[in-house]
Design a protein around this ligand. Structure first.
Ligand SMILES: Nc1ncnc2c1ncn2[C@@H]1O[C@H](COP(=O)(O)OP(=O)(O)OP(=O)(O)O)[C@@H](O)[C@H]1O
Length: 319
C-alpha cells in the first residue's frame, strides 16, 4: 500500500487543518498523556512540524496520583522522542485545591501546560469526548455554554481531533505500531463519564441506528455559534455600560440578560456560580423598586443601588 494508513492520514489531516487556522504560530506543543488520542496526535504533530518547519515538543504531566505514574510519564516521553519530537518534558505537578481529585488534577494539568507552553498546545480530545460532554451537559440541565462543548481553537489550546472518532486514533496507533497507555480510570464505573461511554452512548447508538456521536458534535457546533453570538452581544453591552444599569438590562431578552450578568459577575471575581445564584441576581434586576442583595460564593455580595448593580466588597474597596 502506498501512503499512510487511512487512520494515520485522518489524524494528520485534522492537525494540518487546525494549524492552517492559526498562521504564525511559533511552535507546537503536544499535551501527551500516553493514551491513544494524544499518541496519535503526537505523531501527526511531528509530521506537521516537519512540513511547516516548526519545533515540536511533547509535554507530559505527572500528577503523582497513581503508583508508577512517574514511569508512565517517562515512557510516554520516550515514545514521543522515538516519534521524532524535538524534545519531550515531564512536568511534575502537585494536585491540591478545590473540587474532587479529578477536577484538581485537571486544574493542575492545565496550569502546568499554560506555564510551559511556547506556542499552541495541542490536546487530544476527540469527537467522542465532545459527544460525552454534550450529553452530560444535557442530562444535567446545563446552559448553552456547556452544551456547546469544547472549542477547537481556544489559544493557547488547540483541539484538532474534535471531528475525529476515538476509534480512528486507536486504529492510527495500531497502524503505527504504538502501544497506548490505558488509564485505569477509563474503565472505572464509579466515574459518570465512564458509564456514559460504556453504557449510555452504545445504547443510544443502537436505538438511533448510529451516528449519535457525530450528531451530538453537530449540536455542540450549532450551540457554540449561538453562544458566541450571545457572548459578543453581552461584551458589547458591558463595554458600553460598565456597571449594569437596571433600566437598560430589564427589557432585554432573558438569555442575553443572564449572559450579561454572568460575564459581569465573572469579571468581578465571582466563581463557582450555580444557576440558582444567577437566577437570584436576575431577580434583583426584575425588582424595580427597593433594595436588596444576593450573596455569592467567596463572600461577594451583589446589591442594587441607584438603579445599578454593584458588587461588594471588591468594588467598595477598590473604587
Ligand atoms: N497527564 C497528561 N499529560 C499531558 N496531557 C494530558 C494528560 N492527561 C490528559 N492530557 C491531555 O488532555 C487530553 C484530554 O484528556 P482527558 O480526556 O483525559 O482529559 P480530561 O481530564 O477529560 O480533560 P478535559 O477537562 O480537558 O476534558 C489528552 O488527549 C491530552 O492531550
Amino acid at each position: 500500500m502506498t501512503g499512510p494508513h487511512p487512520a494515520v492520514a485522518a489524524v494528520r489531516r485534522a492537525v494540518r487543518n487546525l494549524l492552517a487556522e492559526c498562521p504564525g504560530v511559533p511552535a507546537i506543543d503536544v499535551a501527551l498523556s500516553g493514551g491513544a488520542d494524544s499518541l496519535a496526535l503526537t505523531e501527526a504533530a511531528v509530521f506537521a512540524g516537519r512540513r511547516l518547519g516548526l519545533p515540536v515538543r511533547a509535554l507530559v504531566v505527572d500528577h503523582g496520583l497513581q503508583a508508577g505514574s512517574a514511569r508512565v510519564a517517562e515512557e510516554a516521553a520516550g515514545t514521543a522522542r522515538k516519534l521524532g519530537v524535538d524534545s519531550a518534558e515531564v512536568l511534575t505537578v502537585e494536585v491540591t485545591g478545590p473540587g474532587g481529585p479529578e477536577a484538581a488534577a485537571r486544574n493542575a494539568r492545565y496550569a502546568a501546560l499554560r506555564a510551559h507552553h511556547r506556542g499552541i498546545v495541542l490536546l487530544g480530545h476527540t469527537r467522542d469526548d465532545q459527544a460525552e460532554t454534550v450529553l452530560l451537559g444535557l442530562g444535567r440541565g446545563s446552559g448553552p455554554r456547556s452544551i456547546a462543548g469544547m472549542r477547537a481553537v481556544d489559544l493557547p489550546w488547540g483541539r484538532p481531533l474534535l471531528d475525529v472518532p476515538r476509534a480512528t486514533t486507536r486504529d492510527a496507533c495500531r497502524a503505527l505500531g504504538l502501544t497506548p497507555w490505558e488509564d485505569p480510570h477509563n474503565s472505572d464505573p464509579r466515574y459518570t463519564r465512564v458509564r456514559l461511554r460504556a453504557e449510555v452512548l452504545p445504547l443510544l447508538e443502537d436505538v438511533l441506528n448510529g451516528g449519535v456521536a457525530a450528531a451530538l458534535a453537530r449540536t455542540a457546533a450549532q450551540l457554540r455559534e449561538d453562544s458566541e453570538a450571545l457572548d459578543a452581544l453581552a461584551a458589547d453591552f458591558l463595554a458600553r455600560h460598565g456597571k449594569p444599569d437596571i433600566g437598560e438590562l430589564a427589557p432585554l431578552p432573558a438569555s442575553l440578560r443572564r449572559r450579561i450578568l454572568r460575564n459581569w459577575l465573572a469579571a468581578h471575581g465571582a466563581r463557582d456560580l450555580t444557576d440558582a445564584h444567577l437566577r437570584s441576581v436576575d431577580a434583583l434586576v426584575a425588582r424595580w423598586r427597593g433594595q436588596g442583595g444576593v450573596w455569592l460564593p467567596g463572600g461577594l455580595v451583589v446589591t442594587r443601588t441607584h438603579g445599578r448593580l454593584a458588587m461588594n466588597p471588591p468594588e467598595t474597596r477598590g473604587d
